[in-house]
Design a protein around this ligand. Structure first.
Ligand code: ADP
Length: 271
């Protein structure tokens, strides 16, 4: 079982990712494909006259303020365009892909964070009307039904709250939650960097093979911004039974194959 997360920041190379997924599935390997869509959401919200607003929380974490209108645009972008382009490509390769998001069949359920405490200059403000959250439950039965039926699930990063509201959730955490629920052997996280770098300005400073304990240490030492969430998600998934997490370059040809061959930051559970 392999869970693949294709990044949303750079443009996903749909052809490269889907080519590799198709090859794995044809070889008998069950795959779940998770994707992002922040780039597409920013583009669409600007076009629709509701430009994105990025805020910094009091703990220093930057995120998109997801008001109701942004949630709906986010849904159009990720569960609409990004998801369906991946499904279309996989179908063209003869793979029976099925696109869904965490709202569908309550695939990903979690708690809504409806207010954000943010810092603006030296002021602290509370922003209400936020639609984001943390995933707490995965409908693993639904995923197994799809996989057993021969479908390849393609998952967009939306969850459902306990009050049945749509939530914007982080794609890396979606991949980690699904991988944990399915006890996946491998999680491949494709991004716009070769993996975890010791020095952001130097792509040859790549951290290659590490244990989960070392990864936790490196997380604090080297990871900044969004890379923190990737490594943190990896550490959590590995502690919960996932075999191996590989953070790798999504900008290359054959990105999943190369990641599985060990190119990137390979984080292994102690076994
Ligand atoms: P994606 O949308 O492709 O998932 P993200 O923007 O979420 O990508 O995360 C990758 C980003 O993390 C990189 O583009 C880089 O700017 C940032 N980053 C921060 N610290 C590091 C680090 N130590 N090594 C690599 N990338 C890092």
């Amino acid at each position: 079982m392999i869970v693949v997360k294709a990044g949303g920041n750079g443009n996903i190379d749909v052809a490269a990712v889907c080519g590799d997924v198709a090859e794995l599935v044809d070889g008998g390997e069950p795959v779940v494909l998770v994707h992002g869509g922040s780039h597409e959401t920013t583009r669409l919200s600007t076009e629709l006259g509701h430009p994105p607003r990025f805020v910094t929380s009091t703990s220093g974490h930057t995120s998109r303020f997801t008001d109701r209108q942004t949630l709906e645009i986010f849904t159009m972008a990720v569960a609409g365009r990004v998801n369906k382009l991946l499904v279309e490509r996989l179908q063209a390769l003869g793979i029976n892909a099925l696109g869904l998001c965490g709202l569908d069949g309550r695939l990903l359920e979690g708690k809504r964070k409806s207010a954000l405490r943010i810092r603006e200059g030296d002021k602290v403000k509370v922003l209400r009307g936020e639609y984001s959250g943390i995933i707490e439950r995965v409908n693993v039965g639904l995923l197994k039904t799809l996989l057993d039926g021969g479908y390849v699930p393609v998952v967009a990063p939306l969850a459902i709250s306990y009050k049945s509201e749509g939530l914007n959730v982080d794609g890396d955490r979606v991949a980690a939650a699904i991988a944990t629920a399915l006890r996946a052997d491998h999680v491949v996280i494709l991004s716009n960097v070769p993996g975890l770098l010791r020095d952001m300005a130097d792509e040859s400073s790549l951290v290659t093979h590490v244990s989960v304990d070392e990864a936790e240490e490196y997380l604090h030492r080297y990871a900044r911004g969004r890379m923190k969430r990737k490594v943190l998600g990896a550490v959590e998934a590995l502690r919960d039974g996932v075999g191996q997490v590989i953070i790798a370059d999504g900008r290359v040809q054959r990105p999943i194959r190369r990641a599985l061959a060990g190119e990137g930051t390979v984080i292994a559970a102690r076994r």
